[in-house]
Design a binder for this molecule. Structure first.
Ligand code: SF4
Length: 680
């Protein structure tokens, strides 16, 4: 579209932000083929014209002077690189030669693809298509260390992996381990606005978080829970709801299986017992149970804050059970199930031989990926040797647990290839770095689940890629051709891939131009109540059949012993508005907002260790230690220290143990880690 406002003729192109999973609509103003400004798309029901500070600055990445524009080969050492520019042809030849070698050795699964959280449907489908054509099942990403435990719990209990909440129509909203005011600015089509409106309409907001977060500050009740103890609270709430008969007996009799077994697992979790683990007063446990059992509709939104510990799956499962036994499922104002568009599977999975198992299958058979154990697998060569790692826009040396061990593992690999926009810490340990397209420079589909509306949009590139940057799809297609699989990748352009992905869907016949604006699709709240839940029994399964078959149906926390050497608790990964994980420290406008990392230190630690604001502190765990500046806070649980992640200056993941993982999903324990804190 052309806009002549302000006397300038600008081309305005519609696109989708692909930084975080909110997928906000963007209008990019383009002059002479260059983006000069971006703003939120007012027609987009997701962000309704708004963009966060990252989205508003996103085009600065495109034109940043440090952007990688050509393939680079490391002619120095891993960790101490010297870069030499090479052609794409040469880079692809080197990679293809190594892949041919491992193919000849019959070690196809020793090729691992690792992607960051920004990849979506088109990118990932093409990477999988290449992987399966080559013969490796190993495509791992951020799933297990992001939402893995709760997606698995929802899939097993409800039969539906991505429930969401109808916050707007709710009368009681429990926000558990989530800070949507910062982390989910636009998601769910204005989750924060919906929560604020619901509150104005009389809904009660309860926040459960070790920190008095920005969201806790606008709530009616804040439970400052001890990090990592959420499972005890969830089981305690179930205990009170059963004891006081506050459950929805009619809903349970029609739609829930396993209710009769529940009592046995929660009878010990009295409010006093729960208090001893969580620091939540027994009377508060009673009060919240009473609210949950008497106010309807209610929605419990649980997020990453509760998942990244050894009990992450059981916590998510217990919270799903709370929603189910109070009958707050598949009703307006409750937990709802919005089926996302079923995209055509173009991954050619049928090409993968049946005997090829992922590197995590033996340890975590229900996990859909498992990046956190990668260093252990590489070093132990169990279940098999890993030789080549191809990384797409991910910075595992800042984001995966136990950085020290990962560096050691990286040194063991035959070849590391990283496809990136900037030279990251991970690039410094790579052999080849390839220039990658930004989201403005490539196509994608937004049909991501977890949203309140059923909404599908297509993005097409709005500018040409800078330098020699290529998308994941282009990289995979060219590599496939080098290896003789070109006939499996017949796509001549991105539109052909988009059309293939949309084949057989409800929007197959829509022109791509219409899909760029987005199409709202219908769905019905109450569908599963009417037709049965998509589990093996058609009911919500409190003790899922899959777990029963595996002998793992017990609803029981793993209790970790106190350790006097490490008397405090550590949370890593607190979100900050200008950054997304390890990204954007190099964008000047954003860096100015938060120039350096600061640890939030609980009052008790500060008093016991004589720490004041601005002091340099050393945080030590059984895995490692780092130094960081302190900020003493009364807003965080008193014996807890919270540190942001993604900073190379004080990498939080030197402190995280990669072997302490949640048993079913393989999620690492980023929160509730035992630590010691000293003033330097
Ligand atoms: S919330 Fe910000 S980063 Fe996330 S998609 Fe929207 S504009 Fe992009």
């Amino acid at each position: 579209m052309i806009d002549s406002t302000g006397g300038k003729r600008l081309e305005i192109r519609r696109t989708i932000c692909q930084i975080c999973k909110c997928d906000c609509g963007i209008l990019a103003e383009i002059e002479n083929g260059k983006i000069v400004r971006v703003r939120g798309d007012p027609e987009n029901p997701n962000n309704r014209g708004k963009l966060c500070i990252k989205g508003l600055n996103s085009f600065r990445t495109v034109y940043h002077p440090d952007r990688i524009k050509k393939p680079l080969m490391n002619v120095g050492e891993r960790g101490n690189p010297q870069w030499k520019e090479i052609s794409w042809k040469k880079a692809l030849d080197i990679i293809a030669e190594k892949l041919k070698e491992i193919k000849e050795d019959g070690m196809e699964e020793s090729l691992v693809f690792l992607h960051g959280p920004t990849g979506r449907i088109l990118d990932r489908s093409m990477v999988k298509r290449f992987a399966y054509a080559f013969g490796t099942p190993n495509i791992t990403g951020s799933w297990s260390y992001c939402v893995g435990p709760k997606v698995l719990a929802s899939k097993l209990v409800f039969g539906f992996p991505f429930p969401t909440g109808d916050f707007l129509n709710s009368r009681l909203i429990l926000l558990w381990g989530t800070n949507p005011v910062v982390s989910k600015f636009h998601r769910y089509h204005g989750i924060v606005e919906d929560i604020i409106t619901a509150r104005k309409n009389g809904a009660k907001i309860v926040v459960i978080d070790p920190r008095k977060s920005e969201t806790a500050k606008i709530s009616d009740m804040h439970l400052k829970i001890r990090p990592g103890s959420d499972v005890y609270l969830a089981l305690g709430l179930i205990n009170r709801i059963l004891e006081k008969k506050l459950y929805d007996a009619e809903f349970i009799s029609r739609h829930v299986s396993g209710f009769e077994k529940l009592e046995k697992f929660v009878s010990d979790f009295t409010p006093e017992y729960v208090e001893s683990f969580t620091d939540i007063p027994a009377e508060t446990v009673e009060e919240v149970a009473e609210l949950l059992g008497t106010i309807k509709p209610a929605v419990i939104d649980r997020r990453e804050g509760i998942l990244h510990n050894i009990n992450g799956f059981q916590t998510a499962r217990a919270i799903a059970i709370l929603s189910a036994i109070t009958g707050n499922v598949d009703i307006p104002g409750g937990t709802i199930f919005n089926p996302s568009l079923r995209i055509n599977d173009i991954t050619l999975k049928e090409l993968l031989p049946d005997n090829k198992r992922t590197f995590w299958y033996e340890r975590h058979p229900l996990a859909s990926d498992c990046s956190g154990i990668l260093s252990d697998v590489i070093l132990s060569e169990k279940p098999y040797r890993i030789r080549v790692l191809v990384i797409f826009k991910s910075n595992p040396l800042l984001t995966l647990p136990n950085t020290g061990k990962l560096i050691e593992a990286f040194r063991k690999l035959d070849l590391i290839v990283t496809h990136e926009i900037f030279l990251t810490e991970t690039c410094n340990y790579s052999d080849i770095v390839l220039p990658s397209s930004t989201f403005y420079e490539k196509a994608e589909i937004d049909a991501v689940p977890l949203k309140k509306l059923r909404w599908v949009r297509v993005r097409r590139r709005v500018i040409d890629p800078a330098g020699e940057a290529k998308s994941e799809a282009e990289f995979m297609i060219e590599l496939a051709r080098r290896l003789g699989y070109g006939d499996l990748f017949p796509f001549r352009n991105e539109d052909e891939i988009l059309k293939e992905l949309l084949k057989g869907t409800e929007v197959e016949d829509y022109p791509l131009e219409d899909l760029e604006r987005g199409v709202l699709l219908e769905y019905e709240v109450g569908f599963y109540r009417k037709n049965g839940f998509p589990t093996p029994t058609g009911k919500i399964e409190l003790f899922p059949e899959t777990l029963v078959e595996m002998g793992m149906e017990e609803l029981k926390p793993i209790t970790r012993r106190d350790d006097s050497k490490y008397p405090y608790l550590l949370i890593t990964g607190a979100r900050s508005m200008p950054y997304y994980h390890s990204q954007f420290r190099n964008i000047e406008n954003l860096r100015k907002m938060l120039p350096e990392p600061v640890a939030e230190v609980g009052r008790m630690i500060a008093e016991e260790r004589g720490i004041s604001d601005g002091d340099l502190i050393r945080i030590k765990t059984s895995t490692g230690e780092i130094e960081i500046k302190a900020g003493v806070s009364d807003e965080i649980h008193e014996s807890t220290v919270s540190i942001p992640h993604g900073w190379k200056e004080c990498n939080a993941n030197f402190l995280v143990d990669d072997t302490a993982v949640e048993p079913l999903s393989g999620a690492p324990m980023y929160r509730g880690i035992r630590c010691d804190v000293r003033r330097v």
